[in-house]
Design a protein around this ligand. Sequence first.
Ligand code: AMP
Ligand code: MN
Ligand code: MN
Ligand code: MN
Length: 359
Amino acid sequence: MECGHYSGMGAGRQLAWVLAVGKVGFSAIRKTCLALPGAQHFIKINAQITQCYPQNMLRRTKRGFSFMLNSRFALYCLPVTPTNFDFHCHSSVSDGLLSPSEVARRAAANGVDLWALTDHDDLGGLAVARAEAEEAGMGFVNGVEISIEWNKAPIHIVGLGFDATHPALVSGLDDLRQGRVERARRMGEALAAIGIPGVYEGALTYAANPSLISRAHFARYLVSIGIAKDVSGVFQHYLTPGKPGYVDHRWATLPDAVGWISAAGGVAVVAHPARYKLLSNGDMRRFLGDFKDLGGRAIEIVCGSHSPDHVLHYARLARHFAFHASRGSDFHGPEESYVDLGRLPQLPEDLKPVWRLIA
Ligand code: AMP
Ligand code: MN
Ligand code: MN
Ligand code: MN
């Protein structure tokens, strides 16, 4: 089976093609399509069968049978631009499963040419990540993902290209981590109250960095003791608002996060905007307005949790607010992430990539 992208399709959606000859199942074609760079956000296979043997198999194809074919298949995906930058991912310094060096090597092996490690509320992996990136011939930008709260909604702000020794940033993140430890203890108490004891201690055994304890560590421990079959099941039933292991917490504020990042010479970026289900469309616009007024300059457009419709929607908002655009997998580990490092569609071509703002 051969496959590739059609070139020169411009901004928006782009076609890729698959040429399959012989007896090929529909699922094999779909798998090949999805293996193409940029095709993770698969919309549909638009089967353009140019020849088909025997002819009557064409009708069966429409009903989803496997079939004999000599035909071209096309799928929509986002356009390809030259830089494979990935500015959002995690290591074991926060809630990722791989060490900073392992994440760096995986990014390089996946063809990332410009990379940022963005652990939650912690800068501890940056020095090793930079050294490893240099070794692998990959550009590196300091990164962090800061947990904030705006109008009671938890939101994440990515900081890029800052001085990692800046005192305001360093001490702000120290406070955030301290708050995490307190929150984790309260989560443990809340879970004990429904008959699941020892979860704080159990979660700590999953945290390589005990000062950065996250709901993800709780989820992994709860899976290990059979409370749910996977991490997303634990989140759904225990760790999201209204569920027994979720406790309210005061994170940093929007002015804190944007202020720390800007003071340290970096660029503030809104992480995965489509994930904030608590915000209405109007709230999102107000939030983006506040973010811009405070000095925020960019927004993630293409990321691990955005569908093609999200990309189009937030691209429109980026144009409206004159934000630069970021792109990041939000990779946490091979078993836990849908999108691997660097394996993302490209940004819509008319948007300004955020790396242009970083010296
Ligand atoms: P925390 O910062 O401690 O509140 O934990 C948030 C982290 O948990 C996110 O960064 C994700 O890594 C993970 N997470 C949040 N929601 C889910 C979910 N529904 N399924 C799996 N992981 C999730
Ligand atoms: Mn995370
Ligand atoms: Mn996040
Ligand atoms: Mn993240």
